[in-house]
Design a protein around this ligand. Structure first.
Ligand code: ITT
Length: 201
């Protein structure tokens, strides 16, 4: 089976590939389809955007396509940045810009007031008529300053309470074992496994 990853984000690609590695699936990326133009993420939910991205690359390739839409929801900010996580500080900003704004907006809050969760919705488009979605989430706390070198995005400010580590202080394998994306991918593995069983008859 071939599967195309409908994401531009190389950090996501690394995490996804690591967890699909042992399946009998050839993973392609959008670099294999240079003519692909990104759809605008016009959805107002992670699920809408994940489906929109998966369908766009399915329409081009005709191959099973997997998209990931994810975001950070911070309690003290009423769930922001949420679906707008990549554009929190504006269009064409860096991860550092987003983290700086987040810390500024949380100034004055302490302890549990800094509660947050990462959520990930994955959409797997098998055919024009069949799209399956799964979700993963992980609870955490927003740190008071940026630290750590691993990962991407908000990892330098996201503390995973069971170990006290930030995601930016974990190896890719450690993060995948507990993260929103890792949890969604465990479900995607089951969805793919069931499909392969049906194909084998
Ligand atoms: P694609 O749409 O091409 O997949 P993207 O980076 O634009 O790539 P999203 O629209 O899903 O992806 O935005 C998700 C943002 O949420 C991402 O840019 C990060 O800022 C943040 N994010 C998602 N997962 C994360 C993770 O595991 N660690 C840290 N930040 C994460």
């Amino acid at each position: 089976m071939q599967l195309v990853l409908a994401t531009n984000n190389n950090d996501k690609i690394k995490e996804i590939k690591a967890l699909l590695d042992d399946l009998p699936v050839t993973v392609l990326t959008r670099d294999d389809f240079l003519e692909f133009v990104d759809p605008e993420e016009t959805g107002t939910t992670l699920e809408e955007n994940a489906i929109l991205k998966a369908r766009a690359i399915f329409d081009l390739t005709g191959l099973p396509s997997l998209a990931d839409d994810s975001g950070l929801e911070v309690d003290a900010l009423d769930g922001a940045p949420g679906v707008y996580s990549s554009r929190y500080a504006g269009e064409d900003v860096t991860y550092a810009d987003n983290n700086k704004l987040l810390l500024a907006n949380l100034r004055g809050t302490t302890g549990d007031q800094r509660g947050a969760r990462f959520r990930c919705v994955m959409a797997l488009c098998w055919t024009a008529a069949e799209v399956e979605t799964v979700e993963g989430e992980v609870e955490g706390l927003i740190a008071e300053e940026i630290a750590g070198k691993e990962g991407f995005g908000y990892d330098p400010v996201f503390i995973y309470p069971p170990t006290g580590q930030r995601f930016s202080e974990m190896t890719l394998e450690e993060k995948n074992a507990v993260s929103h994306r890792g949890r969604a991918l465990q479900k995607i593995r089951e969805v793919i496994g069931a499909r392969l069983d049906r194909m084998r008859g």
